[in-house]
Design a protein around this ligand. Structure first.
Ligand code: NDP
Length: 260
């Protein structure tokens, strides 16, 4: 029997156990994926070892702090500065980031993108800016405050310093819309941006957000974060098993679990 878990705070809302357990069962693996509510990020590795885990995922708010505790890091994770996946490699714990490649898989259907605007400047924005940029896209960041300093490699705007312009892709990575009916920035500015842009993506997946509703009303092609969640889980699952399974098969099994 192999054991896997999701670490975070909160974790009770997450459907990751459902996705991974569906893949484990469908692929005939003897394993179980649970969830661990953590009070302190510094406990992650001790708990990982205590529960004898083969692999784990990490969600808010520990993605950045967990990175510093790994024995080894995948290059993409090290470059981004945050991890969402841990794998036990013969006793050594290696950290990966599958949010970034999972996002790239989710936006494939949009087609060619040259210029992207990311709303928000947190951990998710950092991962998406990195992966868009290494895929040759011109990336700009728009955040409500200027307190984030990690975006030195990108054109960084605050709401007050921004002059609206057009983009192929506009991505909401803020938590605006997650629980309340809020837009990620002033409605007039957002309308101005969206009226000159082609595609809208929101990393939030649990409800239709005001941001995506506006994009839809304005005729943009749009997507929520469900496929990003799905693909980051597919990639993480395959890392747990040293990439021995067919990605399409894992995707099919996890997709079914979304409908439960
Ligand atoms: P962080 O807390 O690191 O960053 C949040 C960002 O949002 C900050 O830049 C913050 O601005 C901004 N923000 C928060 N509230 C508002 C608001 N009301 N209006 C405008 N800006 C706001 O969060 P993460 O980057 O870790 O996560 C962001 C979202 O992404 C979460 O909803 C999470 O669930 C989702 N997510 C989805 C995934 C998926 O697979 N679909 C994967 C990973 C994350 P400031 O700097 O001024 O505080």
């Amino acid at each position: 029997m192999r054991y896997f878990a999701l670490f975070g705070n909160p974790v009770s809302h997450s459907i990751s156990p459902r996705l991974h357990n569906s893949a484990l069962q469908g692929l005939g693996q003897s394993g179980i994926y649970g969830r661990v509510l953590l009070e302190q990020g510094s406990d992650i590795i001790a708990k990982f070892r205590k529960y004898n885990l083969s692999g784990a995922n990490i969600t808010i708010p520990f993605k950045e702090s967990a990175l510093t505790l790994c024995d080894e890091l995948d290059k993409i994770a090290a470059d981004i500065g945050s991890i969402n996946t841990l794998v036990n490699k013969n006793g050594k714990i290696k950290g990966y980031n599958t949010d970034a490649p999972g996002f790239m898989m989710a936006i494939l259907e949009f087609g060619k993108i040259d210029k992207a605007l990311i709303l928000g400047a947190g951990g998710t924005a950092k991962a998406l800016a990195y992966i868009l940029s290494i895929n040759g896209m011109d990336v700009e960041i728009l955040n409500r405050s200027d307190k984030k300093s990690q975006f030195v490699n990108y054109k960084f705007h605050t709401h007050s310093s921004f002059t609206p312009s057009g983009y192929d892709l506009v991505v909401n990575t803020t938590s605006a819309g997650l629980c309340k009916n809020e837009l990620p920035c002033d409605e007039a500015i957002l309308k101005d941006i969206l009226s000159r842009s082609k595609f809208a993506f929101d990393v939030i997946y649990n409800r239709p957000t005001p941001f995506l509703n506006l994009a839809k009303d304005m005729g943009l092609k749009f997507k929520n974060g469900k496929d990003m969640l799905l693909y980051q889980a597919v990639l993480a699952f395959n890392l747990f098993y040293n990439n021995k399974f067919d990605e399409l098969k894992i995707t099919e099994l996890m997709s079914k679990a979304f409908e439960l």
